[in-house]
Design a protein around this ligand. Structure first.
Ligand code: GDP
Ligand code: MG
Length: 160
């Protein structure tokens, strides 16, 4: 069972990855695009084991992230069992999110939309916007504080 985490820079992919594997393997940084390649680790939940991958280069098409990394991520999309598409509740929906959503539509059946940075109920969350992306399964989490992550993990291991 393989799970890949994708999304535009700075939405909290590496924070979520580290939370899932319960280690600090992937660098979390305020600067976008810190994870330039694909990092892979084993994770356990409810006695079940799966592989999780953190990515950086899926959308950074500019000068500093190579097209090779992007290609590699797209190849992974084919092979994985589950895709966690992470977006940022604090910033809201962006054009880049919509770009990535398009890239993921062929894999819609195995994609879960993860709305991150829902740190507290008061956060002025525009949940409806995220539903317009067209993914059936949507989870609201705070990777930093761990909120909602247990429910997401339950879902991930459900079919193992
Ligand atoms: P990535 O580029 O998608 O891998 O994002 P990172 O995991 O490096 O995180 C980018 C920034 O968002 C860092 O400053 C994190 O501390 C912050 N961040 C990640 N998850 C959360 C969260 O749940 N809530 C808040 N408020 N900030 C978060
Ligand atoms: Mg990262």
């Amino acid at each position: 069972m393989k799970v890949i985490i994708v999304g535009r820079p700075n939405v909290g992919k590496s924070t979520l990855f580290n939370r899932i594997i319960k280690k600090r393997l992937s660098i979390v940084h305020d600067m976008p695009g810190v994870t330039r390649d694909v990092i892979e680790s084993q994770a356990q939940w409810q006695g079940k084991s799966f592989t999780v991958m953190d990515t950086g280069g899926v959308i950074e098409s500019g000068d500093y992230i190579s097209q090779e990394v992007r290609k590699k991520v797209i190849q992974h999309l084919e092979k994985v069992d589950l895709i966690l598409f992470v977006v940022d509740a604090k910033e809201g929906l962006t054009a880049q999110d919509q770009e990535i959503a398009k890239l993921l539509y062929p894999y819609k059946h195995k994609t879960i939309l993860v709305v991150n940075k829902v740190d507290n109920k008061k956060s002025n969350l525009n949940a409806y916007d995220f539903y317009t992306l067209g993914f059936d399964e949507v989870y609201f989490v705070s990777a930093q504080h761990g909120k909602g992550v247990a429910e997401l993990l339950d879902r991930i291991v459900r079919d193992i």
